[in-house]
Design a protein around this ligand. Structure first.
Ligand code: ADP
Ligand code: PHD
Length: 516
């Protein structure tokens, strides 16, 4: 495999469009691509379309269809209804394509992809199980449809676009095994660079789904995996900048949908952006930053509805990193207001909530902690694919908070073995039963994690007290606290979900409105 010559790849801008942006503002996206492609070369990565919210979007629907097929409740209609919804949604979107042949071509692609999807789901129903390989194939449909749609819209405007399906890129370049290993990711990035150059003068429209990973794309990299695809393309082509286009002006001090007074953060460090995503603000897939920042390429979050705004730059901490010439031109000339190296910052960077969260409380059946107790607890969670967000433990008691859409509300005495349980419910129920062997377990639902994020938090004396004080004064009860240790840049606590929005706004008002 030859390495790309630097001259060959200079001047590329990589743009990744999120699902809700593609679902709601495809025409804005076409305009942005056209205007960016005039002075420089541009390559596009698409997520799957979401016409309203990500929760109702194509990828979520595909995962629900897979669950419906695997749970085999006797009704073939369940998954087929979801497939039909996906089909209708894309056929409706096709009405934006003016040229009849282009529209027909896209409609045929929609029918073909949905037919293939139904066949895969039918086999899932037969064997009552979704393997990682099958899940990969199912979710890939969302990005395939979105890319073919965007390519058709560009062609409709007279722009030459090339749809690139990365479904089998890993097999094609023999990048197998555990692709999460650094050297394999870099090999993958090079392969993606080659694919893009093969498009000649056309604008590459690339699927954010990038291959049939052995362990499952979602399990390996999580939701938002198309950010990582964009990062790999950025590295593979040694691009000038990675732009992640969304429906918001950038990364805010709090979710702007829930906190009207939230402000855009002009510059943020990769670790803060990753922590914000982990604690509920789905800003960028955390695997993305490490790759691109290591390659010293700036990442920018921008708004499809407001393309002229600067957005938020994700840049390495100026103290720890030696930025490339491209990056230096983006760095602020003045020290950042949020964190300026050795100075104590004036306020945290952002506040975020993660919901819904459930808590598993386990009380060991021994009087003192038996050897291997914690190891056994974590093995059970790992076996059942349960990821823990917060932990509190004492000698014989451990509380584990996990993000969950689970409907399970109580203990094993209830009728929880029903046909209607989702795969996630089943995993939780299995973990619950296995943990029951170690002691008494109870589950508390309806909780939220609220977190303050900021790389200067550890130097802000009294910040934890002020955070908890604001919550306490408002009568918000705190169930569990995590500070320092695991994460030096976040302070988190668990509160009742009914208090989430009130708490978020109060914390933002009291801790983010510093006046000089
Ligand atoms: N701190 C934050 N800054 C910006 N957006 C945030 C933040 N916390 C949560 N969000 C939410 O994240 C979403 C990001 O934008 P969106 O365009 O919906 O993403 P996608 O790329 O998945 O389509 C928005 O809905 C916004 O409300
Ligand atoms: N479509 C995938 C991958 C992705 O990147 O999504 P988004 O860009 O909409 O966050 C998902 O929903 O997880």
């Amino acid at each position: 495999m030859s390495t790309l010559g630097l001259e060959e790849c200079r001047g590329w801008i990589i743009q990744k469009y999120g699902g809700t942006s593609l679902g709601k503002f495809p025409k804005n996206i076409v305009d942005i691509i056209i205007s960016t492609s005039k002075p420089q070369r541009v390559a596009i990565i698409c997520s799957a379309r979401s016409s309203r919210t990500k929760n109702e979007g194509t990828t979520t629907r595909l995962l629900r269809a897979a669950q419906a097929a695997a749970s085999n409740s006797g009704s073939e209609l369940t998954f087929q209804t979801i497939v039909d919804e996906i089909k209708d949604d894309h056929l409706q979107a096709a009405t934006d394509i003016n040229s009849p042949p282009l529209r027909k071509h896209f409609e045929e692609a929609v029918y073909a992809e949905c037919q293939s999807l139904s066949r895969i789901l039918e086999s899932v129903r037969e064997i009552e199980e979704v393997s990682p390989k099958t899940e990969n194939r199912i979710i890939s449909k969302g990005e395939k449809l979105a890319c073919q749609y965007l390519a058709a819209l560009l062609e409709d405007r007279g722009v030459f676009a090339q749809y690139i399906d990365l479904s089998d890129i890993i097999g094609r370049y023999d990048i197998s095994a555990d692709v999460s290993e650094h050297h394999l990711l870099i090999a993958l990035a090079k392969a993606l660079g080659q694919e893009i150059l093969s498009c000649g003068g056309k604008i590459p429209i690339i699927t954010g789904y990038f291959g049939n990973l052995t362990g499952g794309l979602l399990k390996t990299f999580g939701r938002g995996y198309s950010d990582l695809a964009a990062a790999l393309v950025t590295i593979g082509i040694a691009a000038r900048e990675l732009q992640i286009w969304k429906e918001v002006d950038g990364i805010f001090t709090a979710d702007p949908r829930q906190v009207p007074t939230a402000r855009v953060i002009p510059f943020i460090s990769p670790s803060e952006a990753a922590e914000l995503t982990f604690y509920g603000s789905e800003v960028i897939n955390p695997h993305t930053m490490a790759q691109v920042i290591n390659a010293k390429i700036p990442i920018r979050i921008k708004n499809v509805m407001n393309p002229s705004l600067q957005g938020t730059y994700i840049l390495p901490d100026p103290v720890n990193a030696i930025p490339s010439p491209e990056m230096t031109s983006f760095l602020p000339s003045e020290p950042l207001a949020v964190d300026s190296g050795s100075q104590v910052p004036k306020m945290p960077t952002a506040v975020t909530i993660k919901r819904p969260v459930i808590v598993l409380n386990l009380c060991s059946n021994r009087k003192t902690r038996a050897h291997g107790f914690l190891a056994k607890v974590f093995q059970i969670l790992d076996r059942n694919y349960l990821l823990i967000d917060l932990i509190a433990s004492s000698e014989v008691h451990i509380s584990l908070a996990l993000h969950s859409e689970h409907t399970m509300v109580s203990g094993p005495d209830d009728d929880l073995g029903g046909e209607d349980m989702t795969i996630d419910d089943k995993r939780l129920k299995k973990a619950y039963d296995e943990l029951g062997e170690l002691g008494s377990v109870d589950i508390v639902t309806g909780m939220t994690i609220i977190s303050l994020v900021g790389k200067g938090l550890k130097r802000m004396t009294g910040i934890a007290g002020r955070f908890f004080g604001v919550l306490g004064d408002a009568g918000v009860n705190i169930e569990m606290i995590s500070q320092g240790g695991a994460s030096e840049i976040a302070i988190s606590c668990l509160i009742a979900d009914r208090d989430a929005e009130k708490a978020l706004n109060l914390v933002h008002t009291h801790l983010f409105n510093f006046v000089e």
